[in-house]
Design a protein around this ligand. Structure first.
Ligand SMILES: NC(=O)c1ccc[n+]([C@@H]2O[C@H](COP(=O)([O-])OP(=O)(O)OC[C@H]3O[C@@H](n4cnc5c(N)ncnc54)[C@H](O)[C@@H]3O)[C@@H](O)[C@H]2O)c1
Length: 342
C-alpha cells in the first residue's frame, strides 16, 4: 500500500461535504489542512479529519507538507485558487466547471502543465456504471447507425430558498442549469458520442431569485452529423437521462438503468439493465483515480484539457442564447479541434 497522500481541501461546505466523504472513504489521503470562509463548515471539517483549520486558502496552498489539494469552491474562484496551487507545485482535484470562463480555464490548464502537476476536473457522471455500459453498447455497434440523441440534466435546486447567492447572479453564473448540471451532460455526451461542433440555445429566466437564466433548451450537432436536443433547467423536478436513437436499437440511460428498445414487426423488445451501486460511488472513484494519478504519475480520465473542452461548448451555448443564432464552435475555438473533429 502506498503511503497516504497529504492533501488540503479548499471549500468544505456545500459539495465540499461530498468530496470530504469520498476522500475519507478512499483511505488514500491524510487531510492535513482545510479552509472555508464559512466558520461552521471549517470547524466541522477540521474536527472530522483532526486537521488544521487554515486562516486562508493561500495558507493551504503554501503548506509545506501538502502535495495535493481538492478545490471545491464557487466556479469564479477556481482560476485564482488553481493557478496559485499549481505555482506551489500541488496536484489539483478541481470541481467542475473547470472555471467560470474559457479564458480562466485556459489559464488554469496552462499553469498546471507548466508546473507539471496533475489536474483532474470533477466530471464524475461518465463514471456511473449505466453510462459506462452505454459506452460499451455504442462501441459494440448494437445500436446500428446513431442518428440522434436526447438529453436532459435538470433539477429543482433553484427552487430552494437557500440556493447560494453566487448561483443566482449572471456575473458569477450566467446560465445556472448549464453551468451547474448541463456541463455534466455535455461531458457525458462527449464521452459517448465525441465532440459537439455546433449549438443553438434558448435560455430564459423563469422562476429563480437573482438574474441568472434558469431554463435552457439547446440543439446540438456532433462531429458525425448526429443531432441532439439537450434540456437543462434549474427549477423543475429532477430529470437526468440520455436517450440515444439508432437504426437498430434506441438506448435510454439514466443513473440506475439502461434500456435497449426496439419495436418492429409487431414485437416490442425492451431489455432493461439495472445498476445498484450507491450514488456516491462515482465520487469515490474520481478521488481514488486522483490518488492513483499522483502515485503512478498518469493522466486522469478528465484532465484540465477535457474540462476546458466542456466549458467551450457551454460558452458557445451561452453565446448562442445571447445572440439568438447558432454557433459553429470550431470557428470560435479552432485550436481545440483536430481536422477529423470538424
Ligand atoms: N460534481 C458535482 O456533482 C458537483 C455538485 C455540486 C457542486 N459542484 C461544484 O462544486 C463547487 C462548489 O459548489 P457548491 O454547490 O458546493 O457551492 P456552495 O456555495 O454550496 O458551497 C461553496 C463552499 O465554498 C466556500 N467558499 C466560498 N469562498 C471560498 C474561498 N475563497 N475559499 C474556499 N472556500 C470558499 C463556501 O463557504 C461554501 O462552503 C462548484 O464549482 C460547483 O460547480 C460539483
Amino acid at each position: 500500500m502506498d503511503p497516504k497522500i497529504k492533501i488540503g481541501i479548499v471549500g468544505v461546505g456545500g459539495h465540499g461535504r461530498t468530496i470530504r466523504n469520498a476522500i475519507r472513504k478512499s483511505g488514500r489521503f491524510e487531510v492535513v489542512s482545510c479552509y472555508d470562509p464559512n466558520e461552521a463548515a471549517l470547524k466541522e471539517a477540521a474536527a472530522e479529519f483532526g486537521c488544521e483549520a487554515a486562516v486562508s486558502d493561500e495558507a493551504v496552498f503554501t503548506h509545506s507538507e501538502i502535495t495535493a489539494v481538492a478545490i471545491v469552491s464557487p466556479n469564479h474562484l477556481h482560476r485564482r485558487q488553481a493557478e496559485f496551487a499549481a505555482v506551489q507545485g500541488k496536484h489539483i482535484f478541481l470541481e467542475k466547471p473547470i472555471a467560470g470562463t474559457v479564458e480562466d480555464g485556459e489559464a488554469i490548464v496552462k499553469a498546471a502543465r507548466k508546473a507539471g502537476v496533475i489536474l483532474e476536473v470533477g466530471h464524475h457522471f461518465r463514471k456511473f456504471p449505466s453510462f459506462r455500459f452505454a459506452k460499451e453498447i455504442i462501441e459494440s455497434g448494437k445500436l446500428g447507425q446513431i442518428i440522434a440523441v436526447e438529453g436532459n440534466f435538470s433539477a429543482p435546486s433553484g427552487l430552494n430558498e437557500k440556493v447560494p447567492a453566487w448561483k443566482t447572479q449572471k456575473t458569477s453564473c450566467p446560465v445556472v442549469p448549464l453551468m451547474q448540471l448541463g456541463i455534466h451532460g455535455l461531458d457525458t455526451l462527449y464521452y459517448l458520442l465525441g465532440p459537439i461542433v455546433e449549438g443553438f440555445s434558448y435560455q430564459r429566466h423563469a422562476r429563480m431569485k437573482g438574474d441568472t437564466l434558469d431554463s435552457s433548451v439547446s440543439l446540438l450537432k456532433f462531429q458525425d452529423n448526429v443531432f441532439g436536443t439537450f434540456s437543462s433547467h434549474y427549477v423543475v423536478q429532477q430529470a437526468f437521462y440520455i436517450h440515444i436513437l439508432g437504426t437498430e436499437y434506441n438506448l435510454f440511460v439514466d443513473f440506475k438503468k439502461a434500456v435497449l428498445i426496439r419495436v418492429s414487426d409487431g414485437r416490442d423488445e425492451r431489455l432493461q439493465y439495472t445498476f445498484t451501486k450507491p450514488d456516491d460511488e462515482p465520487y469515490l472513484q474520481e478521488i481514488q483515480e486522483f490518488a492513483d494519478c499522483i502515485s503512478k504519475n498518469h493522466e486522469p480520465e478528465v484532465p484540465g484539457e477535457m474540462g476546458l473542452k466542456n466549458l467551450i461548448v457551454l460558452e458557445a451555448l451561452i453565446q448562442s442564447g445571447e445572440q439568438g443564432k447558432s454557433i459553429y464552435i470550431p470557428r470560435l475555438y479552432p485550436q481545440y479541434f483536430s481536422k477529423q473533429e470538424i
